[in-house]
Design a protein around this ligand. Structure first.
Ligand SMILES: [Cu+2]
Length: 148
């Protein structure tokens, strides 16, 4: 390979690498949350994370103007008992999806300052380690539209 071809190849490699560093191509699909009618009850929000990039990513933080605090949780079976645990992040592998859905990962919202009625929208700000901050809006539903 001559020097010029090598130069263009290295530029091409750098460009490809930097576009995956930017981690564009993370998509949040069908965000929804359960209704919360009784004051003081925590809420739960769900969605699917699709990662079309070549880099693993993870959700590290979630906030909402409607919630005092949002924790990342997972449900786990332990000795036949369903337990809920707080986790520091929700991972999504490269070119993969992670389902944040009932019985698994979920966002648990505490100190809600607003009732969440059917048809309402819940604004959420998600922070990913690679993709950065994403603003989404979760529909208040009894259950996911995409569930069978
Ligand atoms: Cu929980």
């Amino acid at each position: 390979m001559n020097k010029i071809a090598k130069f263009f190849l290295s530029v091409f490699v750098v460009l490809c690498f930097s576009s995956s560093v930017l981690a564009e191509g993370l998509t949040i699909i069908d965000p929804w949350a359960r209704p919360v009618i009784i004051e003081g009850r925590p809420g739960a929000a769900y969605f699917i994370i699709r990662n079309d990039t070549a880099m693993a990513d993870k959700l590290v933080k979630a906030t909402s103007p409607y919630a005092g605090r949002i924790e990342l949780h997972v449900h786990k079976h332990e000795n036949g008992v369903m337990k809920m645990m707080q986790v520091s992040s929700i991972p999504v592998a490269a070119h993969a999806i992670t389902s944040v859905s009932p019985g698994g990962y979920h966002l648990m919202m505490f100190d809600l300052n607003k009732k969440l009625a059917l048809g309402d929208e819940l604004p959420l700000t998600l922070t990913f380690e690679q993709a950065g901050v994403m603003n989404i809006s979760a529909k208040i539903l009894k259950k996911a539209l995409f569930q069978k």
